[in-house]
Design a protein around this ligand. Structure first.
Ligand SMILES: Nc1nc2c(ncn2[C@@H]2O[C@H](COP(=O)(O)OP(=O)(O)OP(=O)(O)O)[C@@H](O)[C@H]2O)c(=O)[nH]1
Ligand SMILES: [Mg+2]
Length: 292
């Protein structure tokens, strides 16, 4: 059996989390059309008859990391790279112009010297204007290039075959990472983090431009009641009262909608009835409190 760690790196919004979800075959990482959705490296286990792959989905590397959260995000990505990676997938999105941020990520990818590197061109299902010529030079730099659609699950199989061809026979690393508090196949999230991520995704999907970036989600309690129902208490923290208002929405409609979407997904994942007690609080200092 083969085993190894595969790290996915790329600027925000290229489709890293979408790729990991589709390869794993279930939602392990939240995704949204807004950049900077992922906030910490997510480790998930892929298994088939050939062996095990630990996929590490990283937050899109940020050029300007000034807040405690974005600094920590970048640090964790660098740390994940240094933890021992066998294959690096450098993912690009040719529907967007190459920019300074892309250069920054490429600089990091170039510095990773030991592992095998594969260039992954994502979003090939889209027919809109392509900036692929701007990325052409990369094809000389990377020996292996795969054009895929993470969303439509296109051309993923040959990429997986290539990854396995790079991996060595088993070093039982994934087993060591398994522990019963984890949400399988996630290797580094417990249920509180998993649930807070699902709620955070709804904020990214359902609120306006800047609102998601002012928020974090804290799950305070998960209790299983005698009747088998899960009672979950969670709070959305935001930096200002005006954002709190937007998150709650008129007559509480927004928070209800987000809560209900999240609850349904938690029910699906846990196969239990869920009562989600979701509140919004203003806390201008949450970044300092929780992320520095
Ligand atoms: N059309 C198309 N859309 C895609 C594809 N892959 C991802 N997307 C979309 O691109 C957006 C960003 O996807 P994510 O998976 O959240 O991107 P990410 O790279 O993880 O982003 P960050 O976590 O912010 O770094 C979402 O709206 C996805 O649905 C693809 O292959 N085709
Ligand atoms: Mg992501």
């Amino acid at each position: 059996m083969k085993e190894g760690t595969v790290l996915i790196i790329g600027r925000p919004n290229v489709g890293k989390s979408t790729f990991v979800n589709n390869v794993i075959g279930q939602k392990v990482a939240i995704t949204s059309p807004k950049p900077q959705t992922t906030r910490f490296p997510i480790k998930a286990l892929y298994e088939d008859e050939r062996g095990k792959i630990i996929f590490v989905d990283t937050p899109g590397f940020l050029d300007k990391a000034s807040s405690p959260l974005s600094k920590r995000t970048n640090q964790q990505t660098l740390q994940a790279i240094n933890e021992g990676v066998d294959v690096v997938l450098y993912m690009i999105d040719p529907t967007r112009k190459r920019d300074y941020e892309e250069g920054k990520v490429l600089g990091i990818v170039r510095k990773i010297n030991k592992p095998k590197k594969i260039l992954v061109i994502n979003k090939t299902d889209l027919e809109e204007k392509s900036y692929l010529p701007q990325y052409k030079f990369l094809e000389d730099e990377f020996k292996e290039v795969f054009a895929i659609s993470a969303l439509k699950n296109m051309h993923i199989k040959p990429l997986l075959d290539k990854i396995f061809s790079y991996l060595k026979e088993s070093r039982p690393k994934a087993d060591r990472l398994m522990d019963e508090n984890r949400v399988y196949p996630l290797l580094n999230q417990d249920s509180k983090i998993f649930i807070s991520e699902l709620i955070r995704e709804k904020i990214f999907l359902k609120t306006g431009k800047e609102v998601p970036y002012t928020t974090t989600v804290i799950v305070d309690r998960i209790n299983e009641r005698k009747n088998g129902m899960l009672y979950i208490k969670a709070r959305i923290l935001t930096t200002e009262d005006r954002y709190k208002k937007m998150l709650i929405g008129e007559g509480g409609r927004k928070i209800k909608e987000m809560g209900s979407m999240a609850r349904k997904e938690i029910e699906l994942a846990t196969k239990k009835k869920v009562f989600l007690d979701l509140l919004v609080e203003t806390d201008p200092h949450w970044q300092k409190t929780y992320f520095s």
